[in-house]
Design a protein around this ligand. Structure first.
Ligand SMILES: *[C@@H]1O[C@H](CO)[C@@H](O)[C@H](O)[C@H]1NC(C)=O
Ligand SMILES: *[C@@H]1O[C@H](CO)[C@@H](O)[C@H](O)[C@H]1NC(C)=O
Ligand SMILES: *[C@@H]1O[C@H](CO)[C@@H](O)[C@H](O)[C@H]1NC(C)=O
Length: 462
């Protein structure tokens, strides 16, 4: 699929309401949350309206019989919650900023779909129904376990009782559930059967919807983790130069040798296959080389994972950049996300070239990615939902392995630090361009020094 900067494809009147359809424990909240993060990451304003959380305002921890279709009080409250969610969604669109709203609701009847479709049409909003159908008992059970341990509905409750209650709740929904059928061919919809093993797509009309559908069809909900690491300290890092294609330093090599053990220590379930991704630059390939040797895992080199291209500044230090291109240095601090190096790239450019990586990552299971600071910040921002203006300033230390585990309600993060010193390559906004010198007279890395060491003295990579 062609990569186009999403800011340029939004016409003034394109508003889409993505309506999740499916029984509980079919991964709807996971798909909603991911779609929202993805859209935000590519620059499309999106928000999830979760009917369950509106209902929770009135009935924080309902018992399963609340969801019985014959329970009138329950029925009234659930209907009120759906209406409140839809009204808020329409006001959000009318306020002018929204482009995609995701309605995460459980009641899946034809009548309810028609009601949503009509309300949206009146407000000039396109609807895209996304139905998740799943009859794989193992997958459903995994999902139930996930929900009962992470859903606000069951906070502080006995997990066994919660699971039982949740299964009863699902039975109540099953009584009224209606799948999208041939009578609804006039709707735009996607049906995902057993999480992407079969996908049926009907009537996709615009570019943004097709992008979104392409993204959603790549998702799976099998448990997995993604590990992220920067390359080991490079020779350029010792002198504070940016870019280039240098070798790793001696300490970088020590990190490369420590990486397989660090990965093991982070916790790998038995019989787990982990694929190794690096950029095409020496420092990442060298950092990952022992992983390959020790584990025999499959290894891929991606050009799209290469470091942000610093154009004319490639090979210079920050002091030299501040001296030669003072306006650029200041402009970059002003809006680092959009600042593009002369003849090089901006963070926004990196996000656009990383999109196929994200798609591939969604399709994959366990992956360890060894890459560069700017690239890693962009990938991390996608998983952890970091806003664009913050992501370029995030600190991603050298010689540290980050383990991300996607869950139904967000992503868990753990960090494992190798006990191998490195120059700090982080520079705070507006700080000086002075390089943290790294000589025999100053053998400690800034990270190990007393807290009085101002981080502003440290340097950043990109
Ligand atoms: C679902 O929606 C339909 C139609 O709006 C309604 O009649 C039904 O009671 C609702 N059921 C649940 C479980 O919310
Ligand atoms: C670390 O080295 C790499 C090149 O090997 C470079 O891209 C990065 O900017 C360097 N960081 C610092 C602070 O020198
Ligand atoms: C990196 O190391 C190799 C082998 O030691 C050497 O041949 C090469 O010149 C080095 N490259 C750089 C850019 O220093």
């Amino acid at each position: 699929m062609a990569l186009i900067d999403m800011r340029y494809v939004q016409s003034d009147d394109s508003k889409i309401c993505v309506v999740m359809v499916g029984l509980p424990a079919r991964g709807k909240s996971l798909i909603s949350g991911k779609a929202m993060r993805y859209l935000g990451w590519v620059g499309v304003p999106a928000r999830v309206f979760n009917v369950g959380s509106y209902r929770r305002n009135n009935t924080p921890q309902p018992a399963a019989n609340f969801f019985d279709p014959h329970n009138e009080e329950g029925e009234r409250m659930r209907r009120a919650a759906a209406e409140a969610a839809l009204d808020d969604m329409i006001s959000w669109f009318n306020a002018g900023k929204g482009v995609v709203a995701i309605l995460d609701a459980t009641n899946s009847t034809k009548k309810r779909r028609q009601w949503i479709y009509e309300k949206c049409s009146e407000a000039n909003i396109e609807t895209l129904f996304v139905e998740s159908i799943c009859d794989d008992e193992d997958l459903i059970m995994t999902n139930i376990l996930e929900v009962k341990t992470t859903s606000p509905d069951y906070k502080g409750q006995d997990p066994e009782l919660a699971a039982l209650d949740f299964r009863n709740r699902i039975r109540n929904y099953e009584k009224v559930y209606e799948t999208i059928d041939d009578g609804e061919k006039h709707y735009t919809y996607v049906k995902l059967i057993n999480v992407g093993s079969t996908v049926i797509i009907n009537q996709i009309k615009d570019y943004l919807s097709s992008r979104l559908v392409y993204y959603i069809q790549n998702l799976h909900i099998k448990p997995r983790s993604i590990w992220l690491s920067r390359h080991g300290e490079s020779e350029y890092n010792l002198t504070g130069r940016i870019g280039g294609d240098s070798n790793i330093s001696e300490r970088g090599e020590a990190y490369a040798r420590a990486l397989p053990e660090l990965l093991r220590k982070s916790g790998i379930p038995p019989n787990t296959k982990i694929v190794i991704w690096t950029s095409t630059l020496r420092r990442t390939i060298q950092t990952a080389r022992h992983l390959k040797a020790e584990t025999g895992f499959e290894k891929l080199e991606w050009k799209a994972l290469d470091e942000l291209d610093s154009g004319v500044c490639d090979g210079l230090t920050y002091e030299q950049i501040a001296e030669k291109y003072p306006e650029d240095f200041a402009a970059r601090d002003e809006d680092k996300y959009n600042y593009r190096y002369r003849g090089g790239e901006s963070y926004r450019d990196v996000v656009i070239r990383l999109e196929p990586i994200i798609m591939e990552l969604e399709r994959s299971e366990n992956v360890i990615i060894v890459t560069h600071q700017a690239v890693l910040r962009c990938i991390y921002a996608y998983f952890m939902n970091v806003p664009q203006e913050q992501s370029p300033w995030m600190e991603v230390p050298l010689h540290t392995l980050i383990k991300l585990t996607p869950r139904a309600y967000g992503t868990d993060e753990e960090r494992f630090k190798a006990d191998i010193p490195a120059v700090s390559t982080w520079r705070g906004k507006g700080s000086s361009a002075r390089h943290q010198d790294y000589t025999a007279a100053n053998p400690k890395s800034p990270e190990q020094e007393a807290p009085s060491e101002a981080p502003a003295e440290a340097k950043e990579e990109k």
